[in-house]
Design a protein around this ligand. Structure first.
Ligand code: GLA
Length: 398
């Protein structure tokens, strides 16, 4: 009897421990939040980060799921004689800033890299990985973006000149080192790898604790850049899933030369890709139509779908692309993107449901108009240049 009781207690203990670790697992859906780089770049400071946090709460973004407030490059000061990295004058007290962001129910992210210097030339973590990770945890940091940058010159090129394979091994080891250091802190910290997709990062990043990894070079706030990055995501869908995501880079919605249709398509496709949704615009001065895009709950629900299955491109006809994403409960999302500019009502696009494996009329919801729609075989669809039709079908007919 006593033995049975002990065995039972042991089973309960194992299960509660497993449940606890699961609860602590980060990024079970793609991380959502804001990052300073795409708009503020080196102008980010404590005041601006607080303003972003305030705005996320005030404008409904927090309610829509945006939780991480991420400081990118240029917060770093100097290392002292004990190797402790201090913040620069733009960030007088990082712990106080973390407390402030946490008091709003949000989380704080930070940036470093495995090299001696960050991309903007500030001190990075080479030789101080554990020390830095410990400091982040003490500050209350919840997210680290770790950017390769000068590691290429400082270590890869120096230690293995002319030997690409050896260079890649050094790179992977450096990411593993920081992965271990973060884990060693005991604090749940999202680990974001930024090395531009080198050496099939999607294959090895999850194994060393990576929660997301950039798949390409830097995004820019224009359509060509957004569309080029989108096209490079094809074929990577099997690598994404709860806890580990492909990262086609942070959002440019509301930035640069993107018009309203392009912003809508960019946001829709990042949601289809189960991409991290990190807004990168000037939140306190955001236009209402940009806010509407960023807080479209139906589109966010596609991104955050529990199944965590990234969309794939089913077919293209000319410059029109058709993507689909499987969602929890047997639902589907279908995106029809007009990436070109030369298609008019005289020759509208005709959607092939058969190519999507669907038969008969499909009842769904247009996630931008909010209206019910029924898709039928070969139906003509007119989509403006760089615009998108995004439809959720809860009960697809096969
Ligand atoms: C690299 C990254 C960007 C940004 C800058 C900061 O270019 O890819 O996302 O973090 O560095 O210097």
């Amino acid at each position: 009897m006593r033995k049975t009781l002990v065995a039972l207690l042991a089973v309960v203990a194992v299960f509660s421990f497993a449940a606890l670790t699961r609860a602590q697992e980060v990024a079970q859906t793609p991380p959502m939040g804001w990052n300073s780089w795409n708009y503020f770049a080196s102008k980010v400071d404590d005041k601006g980060v607080r303003a972003a946090a305030d705005e996320i709460v005030a404008n409904g973004m927090k309610d829509a799921g945006y939780i991480y407030v991420n400081i990118d490059d240029t917060w770093e000061g100097k290392r002292d004689e004990n190797g402790v990295l201090h913040t620069n004058e733009k960030f007088p007290d990082m712990k106080a800033l973390a407390d402030y962001v946490h008091s709003k129910g949000l989380k704080l992210g930070i940036y470093s890299g495995p090299g001696d210097k960050t991309c903007a030339g500030y001190p990075a973590s080479l030789g101080h990985e554990e020390q830095d990770a410990k400091m982040y945890a003490e500050w209350g940091i919840d997210y680290l973006k770790y950017d390769l940058c000068s590691f290429r010159q400082d270590v890869m090129a120096k230690q293995a000149p002319e030997d690409k394979a050896a260079q890649m091994k050094l790179m992977i080891a450096a990411y593993e080192k920081m992965g271990k250091a973060l884990k060693g802190t005991g604090r749940p910290i999202v680990y974001s790898l930024c090395q531009y997709g080198w050496d099939a990062v999607w294959e090895w990043a999850p194994g060393l604790g990576g929660n997301l990894w950039r798949t390409t070079g830097d995004i820019q706030a224009n359509w060509n850049s957004v569309y080029a990055i989108l096209s490079q995501q094809e074929g990577l869908e099997s690598y994404a899933g709860p806890g580990h995501w492909n990262d086609p880079d942070m959002l440019e919605v509301g930035n640069g030369r993107l018009n309203i249709r392009e912003n809508r398509s960019h946001f829709s496709m990042w949601a289809m890709l189960a991409a991290p949704l990190l807004a990168g615009n000037d939140l306190p001065n955001m236009k209402p139509e940009v806010k509407e895009i960023l807080t479209n709950k139906d589109v966010i629900a596609i991104d955050q779908d529990k199944l965590g299955k990234q969309a794939h491109r089913v077919y293209s006809e000319g410059e029109v692309d058709v993507w689909e994403r499987d969602l929890a409960g047997g639902a589907k999302a279908i995106a029809v993107l007009n990436a070109g500019s030369d298609r008019y009502s005289t020759h509208p696009f005709h959607l092939s449901l058969a190519k999507l494996g669907l038969h008969g009329p499909q009842k769904g919801r247009d996630l931008w108009s909010g209206k019910d729609v029924t898709l039928s075989e070969n139906m003509p669809i007119e989509i403006a240049s760089h615009d998108i039709l995004l439809v959720r079908i809860d009960a697809p007919r096969f």
